[in-house]
Design a protein around this ligand. Sequence first.
Ligand code: 5AD
Ligand code: SF4
Length: 436
Amino acid sequence: MSDLKKLFIKTYGCQMNVYDSERMAEAMAPEGYVVTEDAGEADLVLLNTCHIREKAGDKLYSDLGRLRPLKDARPDLKIGVAGCIAQAEGAEIMRRVPMVDLVVGPQAYHRLPALVRGAGDPVDTDFPVESKFDLLPVRKGKRGPTAFLTVQEGCDKFCAFCVVPYTRGAEVSRPVDRVLAEAQGLVERGVKDLTLLGQNVNAYHGQRDGADVGLAQLIGALAKIDGLERLRYTTSHPNDMADDLIEAHGTQPKLMPYLHLPVQSGSDRILKAMNRKHTAESYLRLIERFRDARPDILLTSDFIVGFPGETDADFEATLDLIRTVGFGMAYSFKYSARPGTPAAEKPELPAEVADARLQTLQALITKQQRAAQDAMVGRECHVLYEKAGRMPGQMVGKSDHLMAVHVTDATGQVGDLVRVKVTGASTNSLAAVPVV
Ligand code: 5AD
Ligand code: SF4
């Protein structure tokens, strides 16, 4: 029998959790754990949870219920809960579901190997001063052509609806040299397309030789890495947009023509109640500046409908803002009261009202998304191949605008960055052929 052990990780929620799951797998590799896609054969199951909306939280407990027969059959199976619910609920999770062996918050992943070995308190939700990422081992060996890299974590904004400042803690930026070293390592493993992650990524202020470095400068330094072809960053807050970052969209060719900039609402009254500290007007002015710098930039956003106190007129203002901007894509959510946040104290709107508004907003966004996709037909762009398509002779990847593209290319290889001409469009993907 091999002494390799199997690790199954389920990731819920945002891209930062995807990145964290990957780093947790790397942390467990020296302990003899290899990743499996099948929870049934795992020795360790980690649930990397999300706390952003109530629905996300409910999934943890239903998935734990589903794991019970596995644990009953094999009591040596270890079950760990990681991520933002781990941070928010801590030991409460083990009280509610005693079969859980360990609970580890997002700031304590470097201590995961010790927790799995059974050392110390099985609940670790401290906010340590040292940077967890730099204490985690890094894996070698080939990997796919796209990657996430966390450069900043935490949030000091305290939007009235949001749990992130409580679960991910205060804003912290990783030092420039660490980010560059990690990016260099990823490029050596085959990465060509890098998305820089942070809850407030444009508030990045890393240190280099004692000087403060902003996100635009970090992007400039990363762009010098040979073999790194594409850069993006997410998620940004409208109030942290520096002039040099906007400018970089016009001058830095490796920075892709894509920006995710959540606005949440188009009503100034609601934005104020949300403690967003920007107005619809200031958001629109910002968008104009990005479009001046990079006319073909594709904009995406996040919206919350049914925030406490939202009237029909407030919702109309949101639809107006959407019509004015023209988004390429957007995530929209029904407001979900989160315990401990200021908005949770306020009376909620009837569910039917919020449901109807969500449907109206999503229909408008889908129309805009379709228009943005249709507008690509006949145009040329670049696609980075991520995998073979379902059809023979087909490759699938993302365009510069982050649209999914199916390319008819019998000789294409994963990792090729290919110039293509778009021949067709649907709401969610494009069809294309290589330009010869
Ligand atoms: N209810 C609904 N949506 C929320 N988001 C954050 N908190 C809540 C909440 N309590 C949404 C915001 C944010 C995205 C990541 O999730 O739109 O930008
Ligand atoms: Fe949450 Fe984003 Fe607001 Fe921070 S800026 S509190 S992460 S919604």
